[in-house]
Ligand binder design. Structure first.
Ligand SMILES: *Cc1c(COP(=O)(O)O)cnc(C)c1O
Length: 219
């Protein structure tokens, strides 16, 4: 199947109001260009170097999302152009993004990544830590970031009941935190190739789909 037909198939299943992030990590710029020709404008990458290289090579109206773990010393490279950072998992990172955004005269949209999966390896805030951080009011001091919502990943398992309950928890956290933010807090980024239909049933507004569009990655 071609990138174009994969995209058409997936788009046909997405309800209105759900944004498709085409996750292009490890795939060459040619594949992104094909998706672009098919009308796709939102792409997600997980490594800073790769993101920067592709941004320089590809059309300027692409919206680039950073979806992978982000180190503070790499923020400066993407601050001038990144349109959404999904993977904010510490106060220190958020402060760093705010500083770098201010340097380039921007306000950068961010999602708070929450850890709900059963694996210990996945990044993200523990729920209680995040609740405390939001309640502290510290985010209000950061004028060059805008918190747009929550991002998360389900447990890596074939058991779709577990996956569903992880997504339901993410949706509940989003609802719980909503009153602490303004109306820009509207995004729930969850769902990947294997589980995005379930994520949508649970209220996802943004799905991050890679292999179902571009094929298997070779690492
Ligand atoms: C790679 C990745 C995806 C896409 O995964 P697929 O299974 O290929 O759809 C989504 N979200 C994050 C955070 C990723 O790192």
């Amino acid at each position: 199947m071609s990138v174009t037909s994969n995209l058409q198939t997936i788009r046909a299943t997405l309800p209105e109001g759900v944004t498709l992030v085409a996750v292009s990590k490890f795939h060459p710029s040619e594949a992104i260009a094909e998706a672009y020709e098919a009308g796709q404008r939102v792409f997600g990458e997980s490594r800073v170097q790769e993101l920067v290289a592709k941004q320089q090579m590809l059309p300027a109206d692409i919206e680039w999302h950073m979806i992978g773990h982000l180190q503070t010393n790499k923020v400066r490279a993407i601050a001038p152009f990144v349109s959404l950072i999904h993977s904010v998992d510490s106060a220190r990172l958020l402060e760093c993004i705010n500083r770098e955004a201010e340097r380039c005269g921007r306000v950068i949209d961010c999602l708070l990544e929450v850890h709900v999966a059963r694996e210990h390896t996945k990044s993200g805030w523990e729920i209680t830590e995040l609740q405390e951080f939001v309640a502290s009011g510290a985010i209000g001091e950061l004028k060059n970031i805008r918190i747009r919502g929550i991002m998360g990943m389900a447990t890596f398992t074939e058991n779709m009941d577990v996956v569903r309950s992880d997504f339901e928890r993410l949706a509940a956290i989003k609802r719980e935190l909503e009153p602490m933010f303004d109306s820009n807090f509207d995004t729930l980024s969850m769902g990947m190739s294997d589980d995005y239909p379930i994520a949508i049933q649970c209220g996802s507004t943004m799905v991050r789909v890679g292999s179902s569009i571009f094929g298997q990655r070779t690492y």
